[in-house]
Design a protein around this ligand. Sequence first.
Ligand code: FAD
Ligand code: SF4
Ligand code: SF4
Length: 391
Amino acid sequence: MEYLLDIKDKVSQVEELPGKKWFRKLDEAVIEAGRCVECGGCVAACPSGSIGVAPDGRPTLIKMCTGCSRCWDFCPRAGLRYERLWEAEEGIGKIQAAYTARAKDVIKATNGGVVTTILKTLLENGVIEGALIARESPEQPWKGEAYLATTSREILESSKTFYNQVMTPMLLDHSLSSVAFVGTPCQIQAIKALQKYPWEGSAAWRIDSIKITIALMCTRAFKYEKFAFLLKKKGVDLSCVDRMEVKNGEFTLKNKERKVIYKDKIHNFDAAALPGCDECADFSGRLADISVGGIASEKGYTTVLIRTATGEKVWDIARSYMEYAILEDLEPIVNVEMKKRKRAKRFLKRPFDPRGDINVEVTEHYSAYSSSDRAPKPLNPARVYQYAEVC
Ligand SMILES: Cc1cc2nc3c(=O)[nH]c(=O)nc-3n(C[C@H](O)[C@H](O)[C@H](O)COP(=O)(O)OP(=O)(O)OC[C@H]3O[C@@H](n4cnc5c(N)ncnc54)[C@H](O)[C@@H]3O)c2cc1C
Ligand code: SF4
Ligand code: SF4
């Protein structure tokens, strides 16, 4: 079996076409540099389906790279100036309504079971044919894996939050015409950008099938293996954990008997967080149709921000299955959003500029990052090309 290099390498005697950006550039600037937030944007952006996910959870080449540039252009840590997609720069962005809510049915969920109830209702009413969500790995407790649920039962069985990133965009090769997408704000950024600037020809991925987006508010995501390792060092066996709660900076684990088996400041797990999250200024999922989180609501309730006309329609269909009230005080959400923006401005090496050009050119990126502690690192052919076969 011959392993593959970029076309550029195979024809290295030939002068490179101007304007081409190869996966290699993204790999060096983001993935090898340790800044990848595992959103899957590059996977979904690649029209030839050349990017897959390696067992280490990071993107890798699985087929020939054609240098089409899209993986660079849609990566929120490289070519996508994600803040340029925001309609409103201030506060937590555009919202039509805010609620605190919980499911009327008893659902063993993270907060109020709102996401589960919305998805189940949409599916049962024929509004969607499936939902791109996360479900628990059969081998690793509390590790989320990408999943396309097409039945109410599958949605109910996945009513948990996994604090690792889940590469759901890699499931966009399905044949359904209408799905809901649940993900972290960075994932919604990539999806919305891809819908705004679609590939003109035939593409490997069904971005058009995403009709509804639900963002899980997010301060940072963890690398599962590091997270599990830290917990093991603290004497926690994840297979004994029945509930995992993160609220107001506190991290609590409970067993089946609802007994607290571990409590700590979430801050003490920073070493397990994805370093690229430090460059993210979007806590509240500004680009989604609906954003949800535990913040600003009582225990057992979910905070729900309805942002778009689609979000309003979804809420109208699902709300009779929930107990809810208008959420008056949005200040806690604004405060976390502002803290996160401050952090992003500190860690981003390029300027944070909601009015700048949507595209961060390779030259601009390299000149901002090259002499920093987030500098691009040389390509590791053993990692990038080990799954790529020449057809
Ligand atoms: C990495 C991460 C960090 C978060 N940080 C915060 C925070 O700081 N503050 C805050 O208020 N809220 C945070 N949340 C959101 C919060 O934990 C709940 O997910 C949210 O309130 C929904 O609760 P629920 O009971 O309505 O959802 P549920 O009814 O429990 O449903 C959750 C749904 O989300 C899907 N899902 C779970 N994990 C993932 C994932 N990683 N990727 C994609 N889909 C997933 C499940 O499959 C399920 O369909 C975070 C979520 C994640 C994934
Ligand atoms: S941050 Fe997202 S788009 Fe960028 S390389 Fe990682 S998975 Fe791909
Ligand atoms: S902090 Fe930002 S970049 Fe990191 S997982 Fe959450 S939304 Fe994505």
